[in-house]
Design a protein around this ligand. Structure first.
Ligand SMILES: C[S@@+](CC[C@H](N)C(=O)[O-])C[C@H]1O[C@@H](n2cnc3c(N)ncnc32)[C@H](O)[C@@H]1O
Length: 201
């Protein structure tokens, strides 16, 4: 999250692709972006995130003219969501339809994978949809924007997700993408690992 804060300037558009209990969404809101979008598959997660943000003094608005939109939707559908709704800010939907080479509008897109802490472990993120969403995230990212994916490989679906994401990230064209990978080398029991993908152009 500290890493993400370096990428957010006032007025920017940021996305939390797995809002869960809302802690990451709150951290993003505290960075004072212009527009904040958050997604989760579970209505309960959306409700908890809304409640947390309201409790912490973030209603629908971040700043004058800014907004917070929390939506119950699988992140693999983000592209359609923004195509229909259009992002707030100065980049129109036409910029995204030009394909992967066209820069998008988001400064930061966060994924914190796995299941809702304290919730149903069956409702976890899954390799296939996560990969689809990461690819959608690439299109939504603006130049110098950051895709930050926290992976948990200590459960079977998480291990599969990690394998799929690392294979995908290793294959990205180095002319267009910086790719970084953070691992805790001295911790036991499959600590979280972080994949960072930044758009160069
Ligand atoms: C580890 S939790 C996220 C924690 C959260 N960022 C927080 O700060 O509390 C992972 C979340 O991903 C959600 N999720 C699972 N599949 C999803 C999907 N396809 N699209 C969006 N969210 C999904 C789960 O419902 C769960 O809330």
């Amino acid at each position: 999250m500290h890493i993400a804060s370096d990428y957010v300037k006032p007025g920017d558009i940021v996305i939390d692709a797995t809002c869960g209990n809302g802690h990451d969404t709150l951290r993003l809101a505290e960075m004072r972006p212009g527009h904040l979008y958050a997604f989760d598959l579970q209505p309960d997660a959306v409700r908890k995130t809304r409640e947390l943000l309201e409790r912490e003094g973030f209603g629908e608005e971040l700043a004058p003219g800014g907004s917070i939109t929390i939506t119950c939707l699988g992140h693999e559908h983000m592209t359609e969501f923004f195509r229909e709704q259009g992002p707030c800010g100065n980049t129109g939907p036409e910029d995204r339809s030009a394909g992967p080479a066209a820069p998008g509008f988001a400064s930061v897109i966060l994924f914190n994978l796995g299941y809702l802490p304290g919730g149903d472990k069956q409702l976890t993120t899954r390799a296939e949809t996560t990969l689809e969403a990461a690819k959608a995230g690439q299109l939504l990212l603006k130049k110098d924007g950051l895709l930050c994916i926290t992976m948990y490989s200590g459960h079977p679906e998480g291990a599969e997700e990690k394998r799929a994401l690392l294979a995908f990230a290793e294959g990205l064209d180095s002319k267009c993408w910086h790719v970084g990978y953070i691992r805790m080398l001295n911790q036991k029991n499959d600590p979280p690992e972080i994949l960072l993908i930044s758009r160069k152009r």
